[in-house]
Write a protein that binds this ligand. Structure first.
Ligand SMILES: Nc1ncnc2c1ncn2[C@@H]1O[C@H](COP(=O)(O)OP(=O)(O)OP(=O)(O)O)[C@@H](O)[C@H]1O
Ligand SMILES: [Mg+2]
Length: 494
């Protein structure tokens, strides 16, 4: 009888110095199912799928692919066995066309050159099968992240992948693009392809997954049918205790205006004026692409703009991010890679690198004891999962890297902090800890601008919300007006 499972991972163990990243993990993936992996930051999800992709070798355990057992896989072998991985960092070649990328390495040839026509025709076939509308002739560099991802998926499918692994595929996508991806995932499943799907967004799992395996601290917890799950059930299994999803209460905004923008304009934003109060959390709502990040970049001096900026009533001229930082403004961007995390340095060094002045003794030598103590405090406060603060940032899980960025900025003693999508890639448990930290910062008199596309987060955390649409500020909500319908009304109104 043919085995029901296309993939079976048995007792997979992987140790790193000071951590057991995987501790006898089990995973059974059926043919044609969407199998989600769920767990807190650092639970071991990415490590597990890397063993399946052949990128790392487990210390113990075995991997069965269609019933055949392997001690470990190699990337090439995994591919030949039909295991495809959609990595966060795409492996596409920007200046080649979509079609050339998809057939890279096994192009159909005619005589001595690539048979472009067949290439394009084959490509169109795959697209049609998957319901993708895309011209195979355009260079990949002209595509948005969402479409590049579709190309990656089409590429894997054209290589006859039977299992597709997606590690946080929606992390960089907008709402509409997420829907497009989820549709594609369903389509793959209907074609009999199994999908291993990792995401911190529970609502996506409910939309697309058939079953879910939950991991905690490198250990296997359980596998459940999604239809038997509720949100609280998944969360408590993941964090190992009951946890309410309560937004921290307390309003600390005063009348004092710390930041005022008047008529900021550039090619992305038009005539933006707003005030930010001391101790306030000001939410920026709107659809992805409405210009919210562009406003933040203009205020932070990362993009040029016309108009005026006032700090505590005094006009200032911020020409570059350095000026902004000197004026006590911090900008925590949504993209970890552009955050300036130095991957080859330790957590400690990354956290303190922008604030060495705070920990210098008599202006010269660093007070190493103080440095260590500060970093340990943040490690504790932000629950950074690591055996030691001397761990290289490159060895941390994605979500924990995000927390290092946060610690780094918290240490700079900024008075105004701009958070752009603050909890993207952060597990649900820690999400609410971050909201509490934001609230605590506000209580200390720090003013916060929070750009968020996560509606519950925007509504639950903001004291006041301004809504943007097509580069303009179109509405403001406070008190009882803070409701989803009102945000959407402004965000999509004509
Ligand atoms: N090369 C490495 N050296 C040392 N430790 C590592 C290495 N790779 C992973 N780890 C550790 O293994 C653990 C599991 O990490 P992993 O990246 O698999 O987590 P994750 O579940 O994907 O988390 P996230 O949701 O934050 O992405 C973490 O504690 C991480 O620091
Ligand atoms: Mg990960």
């Amino acid at each position: 009888m043919q085995n029901d499972y296309i993939i079976e991972m048995k007792d997979i163990t992987k140790r790193y110095p000071g951590v057991v990243a995987l501790d006898r993990i089990q995973l059974q993936v059926k043919r044609g199912e969407v199998h989600a992996l769920l767990g807190e930051n650092g639970a071991g999800k990415s490590t597990l799928i890397k063993t399946l992709a052949g990128a790392i070798h487990p210390d113990e355990g075995e991997i069965l692919v269609e019933g055949k057992a392997y001690q470990h896989l190699e990337p090439r072998l995994a591919m030949e066995l039909g295991i495809g991985v959609i990595y966060q960092e795409f492996n596409l070649i920007p200046y080649l066309t979509v079609a050339n990328n998809i057939f890279l390495g096994n192009e159909p040839v005619k005589g001595t050159s690539i048979d472009e026509k067949t290439c394009i025709a084959e490509c169109e076939k795959v697209f049609e099968r998957l319901g993708i509308t895309l011209d195979p002739r355009v260079p990949v560099r002209n595509l948005s992240v969402a479409y590049q991802q579709l190309v990656e998926i089409a590429k894997a499918v054209s290589k006859n992948a039977k299992v597709l692994i997606m590690d946080e595929p929606t992390a960089a996508l907008s709402g509409k693009e997420v829907d497009m991806l989820l549709d594609l995932v369903r389509k793959l499943r209907d074609e009999g392809i199994s999908v291993i799907y990792i995401s911190h967004r529970l609502e996506e799992l409910f939309e697309v997954a058939d079953r879910v395996t939950i991991m905690r601290d490198g250990q296997y917890i359980e596998t459940l049918d999604i239809k038997d799950c509720t949100r609280p059930r998944l969360i408590s299994s993941m964090v190992g205790r009951e946890m309410g999803e309560n937004y921290p209460q307390g309003k600390y905004g005063t009348d004092e205006v710390v930041l005022e923008a008047r008529h900021l304009s550039n090619d992305k934003i038009q005539d933006i004026s707003f005030q930010l109060h001391k101790g306030e959390i000001l939410g920026f709502g709107g659809l992805v692409g409405a210009g919210r990040t562009e406003v933040a970049r203009a205020v932070f001096g990362a993009d040029k703009c016309s108009g005026e900026l006032y700090l505590n009533g005094k006009q200032v001229n911020i020409r570059c991010p350095g000026d902004a930082v000197r004026h006590g403004i911090a900008f925590i961007t949504e993209d970890r890679k552009q955050q300036g995390l130095l991957m080859k340095l330790s957590i400690r060094e990354n956290v303190t690198i922008s604030s060495l002045d705070h920990i210098r003794r008599h202006g010269f030598s660093l007070d190493l004891k103080k440095e260590k103590k500060l970093v340990e405090e943040y490690r504790h406060q932000l629950n950074i999962k690591t055996p030691s603060i001397e761990q290289l940032v490159s060895n941390l899980s994605g979500g924990n890297q995000q927390k290092v960025v946060l610690a780094k900025w918290l240490l700079t003693n900024s008075k105004i902090i701009i958070f752009d999508e603050p909890t993207r890639g952060i597990d649900v448990g820690v999400k609410f800890e971050i909201y509490q930290i934001m609230r605590d910062l506000a209580k200390q008199g720090i003013s916060i601008i929070m750009i968020s596309s996560d509606m519950p987060e925007l509504l639950g955390v903001s004291d006041r919300i301004v809504v943007m649409k097509e580069g303009r500020l179109v509405g403001e909500l406070q008190g009882d007006e803070i409701q989803q319908e009102n945000v959407m009304q402004y965000a999509i109104s004509d």
